[in-house]
Design a protein around this ligand. Structure first.
Ligand SMILES: NC(=O)c1ccc[n+]([C@@H]2O[C@H](COP(=O)([O-])OP(=O)(O)OC[C@H]3O[C@@H](n4cnc5c(N)ncnc54)[C@H](O)[C@@H]3O)[C@@H](O)[C@H]2O)c1
Length: 328
């Protein structure tokens, strides 16, 4: 299969690109490199372009002969989305509108979309299933929900098939130690915690320890990028022009902020200083997946259910590449 991967030079997109290519599929990354890294794509083809550029996207899809699109490209910082919602709506909603128009023009009818658990609202239950009501907390998450609806409407009207994948917290690095997370600035917990033993940060800030959780800190579901990638491969193979699907991708196990810090201490063998500070607005206490549908319907089995194993891959990457891709 020939798969165009928007955001293919980013953290999750590039992990999926490398995984899918290793399974024998032809891939092409399409990324404006605002956040992505050329090195993350290895020697696979990369078109440097913006998803807002419908003409370039259409030409790229046609020239490549794409059978399907995996759509990762997006602005992802929650805080930025509060300060600058215009950019998030323009990039995420406007950009996806451009992509859908390019797909129509190039007659590409299969789409995977990177959605998020942040589209769910508060729930009383321990885990979130695909039918948990959606009520996003941030402008970022609202753009993702808006895109979900836009894709559904386009699919009905113009005969496209889609699978929406709602990720929980992407984490870890490739087992080869050469590829991993490099966001600038970094905003994900595990790489931030690992900056302490790397000597790049004095201490890790813990935003609130008075949540209704066993140790008072927020609980998240950390899913390894290799497991995200295997879910994408299963999903794209199962998506045809009639498909209208949605799956959670998460392990089903929650880890608190404190548990992540302790696991990082075990993996690195170092004590990690921390400081408890005020809660951040809009952090839900608990976001944990019920991943049963992905397992039963597509046969997905995560390989990284042990958080220390996941952190070990991240630690190997960060130790070998303390300044990320390019070493700068
Ligand atoms: N990382 C997570 O934990 C997580 C959780 C849930 C959902 N997601 C979603 O998964 C996707 C990938 O996340 P990530 O962590 O890899 O982010 P990332 O920032 O590493 O990757 C996004 C990529 O898209 C590119 N991009 C952004 N806007 C673009 C545009 N207009 N045109 C072309 N390229 C553009 C960036 O350069 C970057 O390479 C995003 O859609 C995100 O919303 C991520």
């Amino acid at each position: 299969m020939k798969i165009l991967i928007t955001g293919g030079a980013g953290y999750v997109g590039s992990a999926c690109l490398r995984y899918v290519a290793a399974q024998g599929h032809e891939v092409m990354a399409y990324d404006n490199l605002v956040m992505g890294h050329r090195e993350a794509v290895d020697d696979h083809p990369l078109v440097v372009g913006d998803i807002a550029d419908t003409a370039l996207l259409t030409k790229t899809l046609k020239d490549f002969g794409a059978d399907a699109v995996m759509h990762f490209a997006a602005a992802t910082y929650v805080g930025e989305s509060v300060e600058d919602p215009e950019y998030h709506y323009r990039n995420n909603v406007g950009g996806t509108l451009s992509l859908l128009n390019a797909m129509r023009a190039a007659d590409v009818k299969r789409l995977l979309f990177s959605s998020t658990c942040a589209t769910y609202g508060m729930t009383e239950s321990e885990t979130m299933s695909e039918t948990t009501p959606q009520d996003p907390f941030s402008p970022y998450a609202r753009t993702k929900l808006a895109v979900e609806w836009m894709i559904r409407d386009f699919a009905e009207a113009y005969g496209m098939g889609f699978t929406l994948l709602r990720y929980f917290n992407a984490s870890g690095a490739d087992p080869d130690g050469r590829h991993g997370e490099d966001h600038r600035p970094e905003n994900h917990l595990i790489p931030l915690v690992l900056e302490v033993p790397l000597g790049q940060r004095d201490k890790i800030m813990v935003f609130g320890d008075d949540y209704p959780t066993p140790d008072g800190t927020c609980i998240r579901d950390y899913v390894h990028t290799q497991d995200l990638a295997s879910a994408h491969l299963l999903a794209i193979m199962a998506t045809d022009v009639t498909t209208r699907e949605v799956f959670n991708i998460g392990t089903g196990n929650g880890q608190s902020v404190m548990q992540i810090i302790e696991a990082c201490e075990k993996v690195t063998g170092q004590t990690i200083a921390r400081e408890i500070v005020e809660r951040r607005p809009g952090d839900p206490p608990r976001l944990v997946a019920k991943p049963d549908k992905l397992k039963t319907q597509l046969g997905w089995e995560p390989q990284y259910s042990d958080i220390e194993k996941t952190i070990q891959t991240a630690w190997s990457w960060h130790k070998a590449n303390p300044n990320g891709y390019g070493g700068d």
